[in-house]
Design a protein around this ligand. Structure first.
Ligand code: AMP
Length: 281
């Protein structure tokens, strides 16, 4: 495994591999890797001749007052996990090399970026789609893997790839959870033991919604009301959004069906966590 920091060196490596007929699988991350990232890498290993992992805490996707400065980093542990997962290249560029002086070009997917996380975090998805476009141009992957944990992000990336005729296959991977249900996230490291306990209300509320759906409840507002009550029982939680949407269009649904997904974002103290689940799938 090699670590490449230079954009031009990464581009040269990819060009050489493609010229030699190799396919490249790519997993973009912000590092501080956990079992969720690992599952993407394991699948990526099977999907291409070569596996590239990027680690880049992308300032463009953080808003003012968000956690850019304190976002957890551990390149040493990440390197070990990546090597064990069979990564060929870690691409870890600097901010200055990705956004050099004079940088002014942005990729903006309209519509589905205005709702849910896009409404709470203005400019977030523009930062995501811009950096992912740049990474695709640099690494030239045949296939790229993303987690369903960031459900809206996956939908936005699929839209961008379709709209901009990008020649990369997008794979969505299931959410990896702790044994007690908490979805793995680098941001879980911000939680105190008590907050960690309260954070279980996210996965518990998804389980409740799935149970209500299985029992025949179809009214989204009624399901959301029950979920809201459950989460609000914990004093340190603040709901950012709770929505039931169609899994592909992300249109809000008044009645649930086999394509309904419950998406939520909740602050536990200062930490904003997201989670989601299909309701009948
Ligand atoms: P991040 O480092 O948070 O930007 O995440 C990098 C990739 O890993 C994204 O595609 C995420 O959706 C994915 N990911 C993060 N957490 C999980 C998880 N618990 N299960 C599956 N994929 C995840």
């Amino acid at each position: 495994m090699i670590i490449i920091n230079s954009v031009s060196e990464m581009q040269r490596w990819s060009q050489e591999q493609k010229a030699a007929g190799k396919t490249i699988a790519f997993v973009p991350t912000m590092g501080f890797l956990h079992a969720g990232h690992h599952s993407l890498l394991v699948e990526g290993r099977n999907r291409g001749d070569l596996l590239v992992l990027s680690i880049f805490v992308n300032p463009a996707q953080f808003g003012v007052g968000e956690d850019l400065d304190v976002y957890p980093r551990d390149l040493c542990a990440d390197t070990q996990l990546a090597a064990e997962a069979g990564v060929n290249v870690i691409f870890a560029p600097t901010v200055a090399s990705m956004y050099p002086r004079g940088y002014t070009t942005w990729v903006d997917v309209e519509g589905i970026t205005d709702i849910l996380c896009g409404a709470s975090r203005p400019g977030h998805f523009r930062g995501v789609t811009t950096v992912v476009s740049k990474l695709f141009n640099i690494i030239q992957p045949d296939v790229a893997l993303f987690g369903c944990k960031d459900f809206q992000q996956l939908a936005v990336i699929r839209r961008m790839v379709l709209d901009l005729n990008m020649l990369v296959e997008i794979i969505g991977m299931p959410i990896v959870r702790e044994a007690d249900g908490l979805a793995l996230s680098s941001r879980n490291s911000y939680l105190s033991p008590e907050e960690r306990r309260q954070a279980l209300s996210l996965s518990a509320s998804l389980a409740l919604a799935r149970r209500l759906a299985a029992e025949g409840l179809r009214d989204s507002a009624a399901i959301i009301a029950r979920v809201r009550d459950l989460i609000s029982m914990n004093p340190a939680t603040r709901i950012d959004y709770l929505q039931i949407c169609h899994q592909f269009s992300l249109q809000v649904q008044a009645q649930i069906d086999a394509d309904s997904v419950l998406l939520l974002a909740v602050f536990i103290g200062k930490t904003r966590l997201i989670d989601n689940s299909l309701l009948l799938g």
